[in-house]
Design a protein around this ligand. Structure first.
Ligand code: ZN
Length: 406
């Protein structure tokens, strides 16, 4: 069968539009196909957490989009460990709340003052976006001096108490982004990659913190302890920056197998080694007879924190990033673990706005070199099934759980 050039061009356009989910740039205005302004409904649905362990689908009118506002049709959102804590115990006293902060979607309407995203990239209806922090109290903070402050000091959509707008989290079919929020145009990333931006930013930040020690270099021997999503992404970030000698430590063979596919050279299953002496010998053997130059601690276990010093050589470095919340006290011996070995230790928590922008490039690199980042999303749920999604997370099934809009 012969195909002429025009047919080939049409086919390429069709394939491209299926890949990107939008109409080809050259043929029509960006807002023509999936997001004609007329298609915006009057109301939006949210999964409102009305009490502990209980989401309820509620419907609210979509407010008038003001000059600085952006209305986004939600495409998907990851379930974070923070959401699981909220679901179980509401430690931040947010109930009633629309959760979901690892979300992404398409701009369907925006105010006349909105011209560019927080990195200066133009924004238009039809663009795919993510949000980061909301700086309503601190508008002076800009993109490139943000290493001053991590997200800990700012508000975030998906962790805001309910108000009269209601469309405040990504577990919804529309989210209402107000002026003063940081927004990024990530139209050049596919949906699964966009859902993984937030957790990946945590690791970009941790590696930036680690680099401050001046110990992490090409050819460094690096141990990553803990192979949940955070540890696995840590391995991927290290690989994309050219670190080759990575040993992953975990107690689960499936996760260790995934760690190898993500770029770990070698793995150690701590279940196979009784006591810290045997375990540290196993890590040393995995590096061919050397202790690690640098270690990333990616579990929330105090024992794991105590253990990891034993995997590091004299003069080595450690980045502790596993304790997103208070997981209790850990015991170390300051003489043997820190002083006499001259360990350089950094802590890391969440990310800065600048790390967020770096993360977009990290994801493109990781996808380009074939790291199975997107396979981290193991479970997908509808908005109506958010209870089940959170229960799946709490049961520690799979890796990343996500809400995917229809
Ligand atoms: Zn999160």
């Amino acid at each position: 069968m012969a195909i002429n050039e025009n047919e080939i061009a049409a086919l390429v356009k069709q394939v491209l539009s299926e890949m990107t989910g939008s109409s080809p740039v050259s043929s029509a205005p960006a807002y023509a196909a999936p997001s004609a302004p007329g298609a915006i409904p009057k109301t939006a649905k949210v999964a409102m957490m009305t009490k502990l362990k209980h989401f309820e689908i509620q419907e609210y009118p979509i407010p008038e989009v003001g000059d600085d506002d952006i209305l986004v049709k939600v495409e998907g959102c990851g379930v974070c460990g923070t959401d699981a804590h909220e679901y179980k115990n509401d430690p931040f006293s947010l109930i009633p709340v629309v959760l979901g902060h690892e979300g992404t979607g398409e701009i369907v309407k925006m105010g006349k003052n909105v011209k560019a995203d927080s990195a200066g990239k133009p924004l238009k209806v039809g663009d795919k976006v993510v949000t980061c922090m909301i700086f309503k109290d601190n508008p002076d903070i800009t993109m490139f001096d943000l290493n001053k402050q991590n997200v800990g000091g700012a508000d975030v959509y998906g962790l805001l108490p309910d108000d009269n707008v209601h469309l405040n989290g990504w577990y919804s079919d529309y989210i209402f982004i107000r002026g003063g929020s940081t927004v990024f145009n990530v139209s050049d990333l596919d949906l699964d990659s966009r859902i993984l931006i937030e957790p990946c930013a945590v690791l970009v930040h941790a590696v930036e913190r680690a680099k401050l020690t001046n110990i992490l270099r090409f050819n460094s021997r690096v141990v990553v302890q803990g192979c949940g999503p955070i540890g696995l992404i840590c391995i991927a970030v290290l690989r994309t920056m050219g670190i080759e000698n990575i040993v992953a430590v975990d107690g689960n063979e499936q996760r260790l197998a995934f760690a190898k596919r993500m770029g770990a050279d070698n793995t150690v299953n701590f279940m196979n080694h009784k006591g810290i002496e045997a375990l540290s010998e196993a890590v040393k053997a995995a590096f061919g007879g050397y202790y690690a130059d640098f270690a990333f601690q990616c579990t929330g276990s105090p024992v794991a924190h105590s253990n990891i010093y034993h995997f590091i050589r004299n003069g080595g470095g450690l980045c502790e990033l596993g304790f997103f919340i208070n997981g209790g006290d850990a015991t170390i011996n300051p003489h043997f673990d820190l002083c006499s070995k001259e360990i350089t230790l950094v802590g890391s928590w969440v990310y800065t706005l600048r790390d967020y922008a770096t993360t977009f490039d990290f994801l493109k690199r990781a996808n380009a070199i074939g790291l199975p980042i997107k396979e981290l999303i193991t479970h997908r749920f509808k908005l109506e099934d958010m209870n089940e999604a959170l229960e799946t997370n709490l049961a520690q099934k799979g890796l990343k759980i996500a809400y995917i809009a229809p």
